[in-house]
Design a protein around this ligand. Structure first.
Ligand code: ZN
Length: 270
């Protein structure tokens, strides 16, 4: 069954700079180990919960902003056993891998020479990492090549809405997932371009109707206004169970339920 650990729930410039929340990305274990959007401190947060970086099978980077890509190069070194074995998978937006206008590339030529497989993920692109089937989804972000991800796992469909403005195409791309994870950078009444606000997430969740919605990637304003308050508003609006992710929170996608836990309690730091 699929198991998720939030190695960070912060996002945006100032929450990241001050580490108001961790920014280590999302770690998915489903026979393979996938690390999604390893931002600053990903390695440190892995250390905190005893996840071995060398066990990484794939690194997925949605776009070329540092809160999403910063630890990707060192994780490539881990995934390839210090660069000594050509193994592992790197999936990233065009900006991350080749560069796109002012953005990127985020990964040096040296590091691009290390993984066994590298794929530029544009909306609709697919990659099979059995048993996980990955599809990139459309985004409308300041990095115009940004994508989200849909992951068909043994625990059902997980839809990850990375940084994006809300569009009808984005809603369509994330419908009918079991678990919807949305990056909410701004709280109620404080929408900015290119990102989801709480109101946007409420509309998205209402339309997509997952079994469970989780909000994460909180900007400083969301943290100040309380992520739980934002989640409650979304739940009341949509009628869909919605929770605010916490650093090191886990989700166990069991057959009948999605169990929420905390990895720090599972594996205390030694
Ligand atoms: Zn971004």
């Amino acid at each position: 069954m699929a198991f998720i650990t939030f190695l960070g729930t912060g996002g945006g410039r100032f929450a990241t700079i001050y580490q108001a929340r961790a920014t280590g990305g999302i770690y998915l274990e489903d026979m393979k180990n996938l690390h999604i959007d390893p931002g600053p401190g990903a390695l440190v947060r892995m250390r905190s919960v005893g996840i071995d970086p060398l066990a990484t099978d794939a690194i997925l980077v949605s776009h070329c902003h540092p809160d999403h890509y910063l630890d990707a190069e060192i994780l490539i070194e881990a995934m390839t056993e210090g660069g000594t074995r050509k193994q592992g998978v790197l999936l990233g937006s065009l900006s991350v891998i080749e560069g796109n206008g002012d953005f990127g590339p985020a990964i040096s030529k040296y590091h691009l020479s290390k993984p066994k497989t590298i794929k530029v993920m544009e909306a609709g692109a697919k990659f099979s990492l059995k048993p996980v089937e990955i599809t990139a989804t459309t985004s409308a972000h300041s990095d115009t090549s940004a994508v989200g991800f849909r992951l068909q796992t043994t625990g059902g469909m997980i839809s990850y809405v990375a940084d994006t403005q809300l569009t009808e195409q984005v809603i369509k791309a994330h419908k009918n997932a079991r678990l919807l994870i949305a990056s909410v950078t701004r709280p109620l009444g404080q929408r900015i371009p290119h990102h989801l606000s709480t109101e946007d997430a409420g509309y998205l969740v209402e339309k997509c109707r997952p079994e469970l919605a989780v909000i994460t990637h909180f900007g400083m304003r969301v943290i100040q206004e309380n992520p739980e308050t934002q989640a409650k508003w979304i739940e009341e609006r949509s009628g869909i169970k919605t929770i605010a992710a916490a650093d090191f929170m886990t989700l166990d996608l069991k057959k009948d339920t999605i169990a929420v836990g905390n990895r720090i309690k599972l594996k205390p730091e030694k």
